[in-house]
Design a protein around this ligand. Structure first.
Ligand code: ATP
Length: 218
């Protein structure tokens, strides 16, 4: 079985935390990925604009992954952001296919909360034409949905067979057995603004960076 499946983990990472890192590392192990690329967006389409600058979010990701060979950073959404418009995942995936062709495997990683919000994404039902979706569990978010279209779409494309992800370039949804990490960037920003410590929620160098740059009211 190959290890050539590219996995992109998109997000705002404002800031990056163990709720991103630990599931990503566990997922890589679970489905035999040689690495996972964190894909920071410049302008998130579905949420409030980040508090840290794009450059600061990128710096924090670099600090978080510097000693982990499984993790890397993919700057494509930052680079294209000169257009100053939202980073739509579907456009990123299409651009990746133009660059790499139809044959290589591509997977996009989502937390369970993001899966549930998928019907608000641009052209969400065509995402699987370009990639697989790998879903990480997240505390507080239901495993089922009342959205009928989403529910049917998941049933139609779900696989429990890891080999499907390696044998096909795109088209499957896989629910991973990743660890539950009850951490969110919102909670971290709120705690820091109230002068509470978040040392245990993110890597030490990211915590130091936040202090040094007085981010989130530190
Ligand atoms: P915020 O609190 O600002 O909304 P966040 O903590 O949800 O941020 P994002 O950068 O928006 O982090 O998330 C990027 C991706 O990581 C999304 O797919 C999200 O579902 C996933 N994710 C974030 N935190 C967790 C977590 N604790 N467990 C599993 N997945 C997570």
């Amino acid at each position: 079985m190959t290890n050539s499946l590219t996995a992109l983990f998109g997000g705002t990472f404002d800031p990056i935390h163990y709720g991103h890192l630990l599931p990503a590392i566990a997922l890589a192990k679970e489905i035999r990925l040689s690495h996972v690329s964190l894909l920071p967006n410049h302008i998130p389409p579905h949420k409030a604009q980040p508090e840290a600058t794009t450059n600061q979010r990128v710096e924090m990701i670099k600090l978080a992954i510097e000693n982990d060979p499984i993790l890397s950073i993919d700057m494509r959404e930052i680079t294209k952001s000169i257009l100053d418009r939202p980073s739509y995942t579907i456009e990123t995936l299409q651009a990746w296919r133009v660059e790499n062709g139809a044959s290589p495997g591509l997977a996009f990683i989502l937390g369970q909360d993001s899966l549930l919000s998928l019907p608000t994404w641009n052209n969400w039902q065509t995402l699987l034409n370009y990639c697989h979706l790998l879903i990480c569990r997240r505390p507080g978010y239901a495993e089922t949905t009342n959205d009928q279209a989403l529910k049917e779409w998941i049933t139609q494309h779900q696989t429990k067979n890891i080999d499907d992800l390696h044998r096909h370039a795109n088209g499957f949804i896989y629910f991973a057995n990743t660890p539950l990490e009850d951490i969110s960037a919102t909670e971290i920003r709120d705690k820091i603004s109230q002068k509470q410590s978040c040392e245990s929620l993110l890597p030490p160098k990211v915590w130091q960076y936040i202090q040094q740059h007085h981010l989130y009211g530190a």
